[in-house]
Design a protein around this ligand. Structure first.
Ligand code: GLV
Ligand code: MN
Ligand code: MN
Length: 455
């Protein structure tokens, strides 16, 4: 699937840091897939390792020293003066650019990967430019969370939020996270080594396709993110009774799948009446035979809300509906929460820098740059625990994502490259070294503004 149409085959490789180079690298990464007919690259898989190796080489070409951390994230770094430097070096705090390299099943080629490749291209463009901070690029390893049901694993390790309760979580084949770590060559006991000290970070700035229709509808190539939606994920289990499909009259059935189906439609009704989103993305039925009434159905539930309170209120309604349907249909309803991340406000200085970058790249005023909230999750949700977060959004065709038809126009990628580079330079321009920040805070303690967390 990575083959270019014949008309686009080039005889010379595009120069690093150009739009063509970015587009080609996103194509290249599709080679590292567990499926021959589609793109899927999950945490701690052979493809994860191969993808990291490819990205590591591009980081080196861009003038970065590289390292895989204790959770399988790939990092590159240069010092403030532009010299390649070992990632996570204590010393000059670093501005981190990046995104994720893992994918959903049958994925598009831009969700995550585009942000990593753009970050490398920006680092290359700035390789001879002294900055007042070190620059790091990260390819996070497990943002989607499809393998173990827990999203943001890589960035949770970076932000020191790894929960030991996750170790025994198993994938669909029964392989636990601990076993997968060891098979990948990582040491579970060392995962804490991946955690970064907030004092060593200046901020985290990610570029990502919007994964929604807002920029396209407004005919805008780029925007900045105001807030990333709060998310929760659950496994819902409906247990009935597996019995003979011929011999069991309807009056005697406890069909787990029919009860689950009622719950799925009720979940959609409930969510539509709010401004939150709810999705049942997977159902597994046991015993799963054509002539057996389903005895057990397991459903995944993904919830997102513009506010955590709205999302939680919707969950309470869904849980009540599950209990009611179970009672009506003589089955039981249970749930387990597999993921929870609070909504994350992007920091004022990061929003302002991205708006300035977009304005420069598109010839508008920063005040006219669109700020939009992200219903999709991002590694910034975890990174917010250790540093200020900002995001640049790129228009994507028809808002399609988590699908092979994901598409960005090269012109928009070119504009994003300019905007991302300009945003880094703007952060450099307004950068205040940490000792001065501490002095100012001591004189003038920060005031918490609505919608933004005080740090
Ligand atoms: C990641 O793409 C998510 O929003 O689930
Ligand atoms: Mn995604
Ligand atoms: Mn993503």
């Amino acid at each position: 699937m990575s083959d270019l149409p014949a008309t686009e085959i080039r005889t010379t490789a595009p120069e690093i840091g150009t739009t063509e180079w970015v587009m080609d690298r996103c194509d290249d990464l599709t080679r590292h897939s567990s499926r021959p007919d589609a793109l899927e690259r999950v945490y701690l898989s052979p493809e994860h390792s191969a993808g990291n190796t490819a990205v590591q080489a591009w980081m080196r070409d861009a003038g970065l020293d590289t390292e895989t951390d204790a959770a399988g994230n790939i990092w590159g770094r240069r010092a403030a003066d532009g010299t390649p430097q070992r990632p996570a070096t204590r010393g000059e705090p670093a501005l981190v650019l990046g995104s994720h390299l893992d994918t959903v099943p049958d994925a598009g080629r831009y969700d995550g990967m585009l942000g990593v490749v753009l970050a490398i291209a920006v680092a290359h463009r700035l390789r001879d430019t002294p900055l007042p901070f070190a620059l790091e690029v990260v390819g996070f390893s497990a943002e989607e969370g499809t393998r173990f049901g827990k999203a943001l694993l890589g960035s949770c390790a970076t932000s020191g939020q790894w929960d030991p309760a996750w170790w025994e979580t198993a994938d669909a084949d029964g392989v636990t996270l601990r076993e997968a770590f060891v098979r990948f060559g990582l040491v579970p006991e060392r995962v804490g080594d991946a955690a970064r000290d907030p004092a060593d970070l200046v901020g985290y700035l990610e570029a990502h396709i919007e994964q929604g229709p807002v920029l396209e509808a407004r005919d805008l190539p780029l925007g900045y993110v105001t807030t990333i939606a709060g998310a929760r994920r659950f496994v819902l289990t409906v247990t009935g009774e597996a019995r003979h499909a011929g011999g069991t009259p309807f009056s005697r059935r406890k069909d787990a799948l029919v009860a689950a189906a009622h719950l799925v439609t009720r979940i959609e009704e409930l969510a539509k009446a709010t401004d939150s989103l709810a999705t049942v993305g997977d159902i597994r039925v046991q015993p799963g035979a054509v002539n057996v009434i389903p005895g057990r159905a397991e459903l995944t539930l993904d919830l997102r809300g513009r506010t955590d309170a709205g999302r939680d209120e919707l969950w309470e309604q869904i849980a009540a509906a599950g209990r009611d349907i179970a009672q009506e249909r003589g089955v039981t309803f249970e749930f387990a929460e597999t993921h929870r991340a609070p909504s994350t406000a992007c920091a004022d200085r990061m929003k302002a820098a991205v708006a300035t970058g977009v304005a420069e790249a598109t010839g508008t005023s920063p005040d006219d740059v669109l700020g939009l909230w992200s219903p999709a999750g991002h590694d910034g949700m975890a990174m917010d625990a250790v540093t200020d977060v900002g995001m640049l959004f790129l228009r994507c065709r028809d808002g399609i994502s988590h699908h092979p038809d994901e598409h960005v126009e090269p012109e928009d990628v070119g504009a994003a490259l300019d905007a991302y580079t300009a945003a880094v330079l703007e952060l450099a321009r307004v950068h205040v070294p940490a000792p001065l920040v501490a002095l100012r805070q001591a004189q003038d303690p920060p005031v918490e503004t609505p919608g933004e967390k005080a740090r």
